[in-house]
Design a protein around this ligand. Structure first.
Ligand SMILES: Nc1ncnc2c1ncn2[C@@H]1O[C@H](COP(=O)(O)OP(=O)(O)O)[C@@H](O)[C@H]1O
Ligand SMILES: [Mg+2]
Length: 258
């Protein structure tokens, strides 16, 4: 991968909730086409960071650029326009309970049109055909008319992923995509994330505390620690780093390499 364009850039991001100072001058640059994995202990502010990047919350201080837009300054329609190329897999999946699986899958496309064709609206036939194709990609063929309540946890996660993929965003944010899944389902999700990255020619940020998942999907790994990105580097550099924070994180992650 050639690192040319920085597509996503966070500069000196501060964010607090009451007395809880969560982000403390965080910097992060993500190049076009890469997958950056953000690792870190529970509660450090990984989800908070994703919400800032997606424009769902404003930082108290600092600047966020996404694809040339200074999204930390935008509101309303201009913010909405700036983030149409982004899609997020929320922690927990969050399917719409009152919609069938295929209605969930095609929801963003139906609402916003196709982001890769200037927001062209799709016909019902096109939506259904596309939805079925994407459900097949995630191994959920034949269940398009079921309700989310009829699905297992792993299937819900795959359906949420289908909803994201169906929209074909060029920037994908994943919040803990494998948390709570058994190892086999988790590996299926990891592979889907990898294939999606290739297929959509996308740029991705994956937040996780699952090192195995990080190593499967990531190009560069970052450690989020005490409100900042304490280290970011290529996978091998991360694993071999003698930075004590990385050593301690890897020790706790308890994965054997042999
Ligand atoms: N909307 C909110 N209101 C108040 N506190 C919040 C909010 N969102 C997150 N926090 C706090 O910010 C910290 C980081 O949370 P989070 O980003 O969810 O952690 P994680 O790294 O596990 O994703 C936690 O202390 C959490 O309680
Ligand atoms: Mg989180």
């Amino acid at each position: 991968m050639v690192k040319e364009n920085i597509l996503i850039e966070a500069k000196g991001i501060w964010k607090s909730y009451g007395n809880n100072q969560v982000l403390k001058g965080l910097d992060l640059s993500v190049y076009e086409g890469e997958t950056v994995v953000i690792l870190g202990r529970s509660g450090v502010g990984k989800s908070v960071l994703l919400r800032q990047l997606m424009g769902l919350e404003k930082p108290d201080k600092g600047t966020l650029y996404v694809d040339g837009f200074q999204i930390s300054d935008l509101e309303g329609t201009s913010l909405y326009k700036a983030i149409t190329m982004m899609g997020m897999l929320f922690q927990g999946g969050a399917l719409f309970d009152s919609m069938t699986v295929i209605e969930n899958t095609t929801f963003y496309l139906e609402e916003h049109g196709d982001p890769r064709e200037n927001g062209r609206m799709l016909s019902d036939e096109e939506l259904r055909a596309h939805g079925i194709k994407v459900l097949k990609m995630v191994g959920l063929e034949g269940i398009e008319d079921k309700m989310p309540s009829e699905l297992s946890g792993g299937m819900k996660k795959r359906a949420a992923l289908a909803r994201l993929i169906a929209y074909r965003p060029s920037i994908l944010l994943y919040d803990e995509p494998t948390t709570g899944l058994d190892p086999i389902t988790a590996m299926q999700i990891n592979n889907l994330i990898k294939n999606t990255q290739k297929e959509l020619n996308a740029t991705s940020i994956v937040v996780t505390h699952d090192l195995r998942s990080a190593l499967t999907v990531g190009d560069r790994l970052a450690l989020h620690h005490e409100g900042k990105i304490a280290f970011i580097g290529e996978k091998l550099d991360f694993l071999k780093s003698d930075n004590p924070l990385i050593r301690s994180f890897l020790n706790d992650a308890q994965i054997r390499w042999d």
